[in-house]
Design a protein around this ligand. Structure first.
Ligand code: FES
Length: 239
């Protein structure tokens, strides 16, 4: 297919130049099979070297190129020009402080993840080889494992937008990933972390996260399972 003209309207912000963001338009000729990330690289290489964005793997693995593309949180490296209209609006992820142009401060996001203890906890003596898991046991965490922590879900969550102390969907998926892992032994400890006032009960099943997730993780289903577990193990026990 032939290359085609696209207009990229990008929200720019440079705290050293201005305290407000501004919009800037760029016209590019791109081939349909090229990715939006290629378009950003073309602007940076050929038009304006000051354009700032994150990228690393360029293959939908690292999560660093998440941004708002035509109103929807997406990965720039997985967005093909052939799937886009001629005019494309690009903004940084909402809900996080903007550092420069399309780069947001992910520190608050990763702090929430830290809160749920995002690592395997098992203090029993390690077996000679690995700790085995049956396919059924692995199936329970398979979706949660595919999360690349791009922040798209948390950024799009209205509950997080009005209260950034809420752990947010990504951290809760991370909690589910370890709570439902048959090899992990810290279920009670993690449940305490997620039933606090800014934990699971802040999720009102709005489902924005479902549309935002580039890996199609059924995030609400994970949070519902956490709520069910919390009711069974914690709430009912206390009453
Ligand atoms: S650059 Fe790694 S996910 Fe896009």
């Amino acid at each position: 297919m032939d290359d085609k003209q696209y207009k990229l309207k990008i929200k720019r912000f440079d705290p050293e130049q201005n305290s407000h963001s501004r919009w800037e338009e760029f016209s590019l000729r791109m081939e349909p099979a090229q990715r939006l990330l290629d378009g950003l690289a073309k602007i940076k290489d050929e038009i304006d070297g000051s354009l700032t964005y994150r990228r690393s793997c360029a293959h939908g693995v690292c999560g660093s190129c998440a941004m708002k593309i035509n109103g929807k949180n997406s990965l720039a490296c997985q967005t093909l020009f052939k799937d886009m209209p001629d005019s494309i609006v690009i903004e940084p992820l909402h809900s996080f402080p903007v550092i420069k142009d399309l780069v947001v401060d992910m520190k608050p996001f990763f702090e929430k993840t830290e809160e749920v203890l995002p690592y395997l906890i098992n203090n029993t003596p390690p077996p000679e080889r690995e700790r085995p898991q049956t396919p059924e046991e692995q199936g329970k965490i398979l979706q949660a494992i595919t999360c690349i922590m791009c922040g798209s879900c948390t950024s799009s969550c209205p509950s997080y937008q009005i209260n950034n102390r809420y752990l947010g969907p990504s951290a809760l998926v991370k909690a589910a990933r370890f709570i439902f892992d048959s090899r992990d032994l810290a279920e009670a400890e993690r449940l305490e972390k997620i039933i606090q006032s800014n934990g699971i009960w802040r999720c009102h099943s709005i489902y924005n996260c479902v549309e935002a997730c580039p890996k199609n993780v059924d995030i609400p289903a994970h949070i519902i399972k956490l709520k069910q577990l919390a009711v069974r193990k914690k709430i009912l026990k206390r009453s």
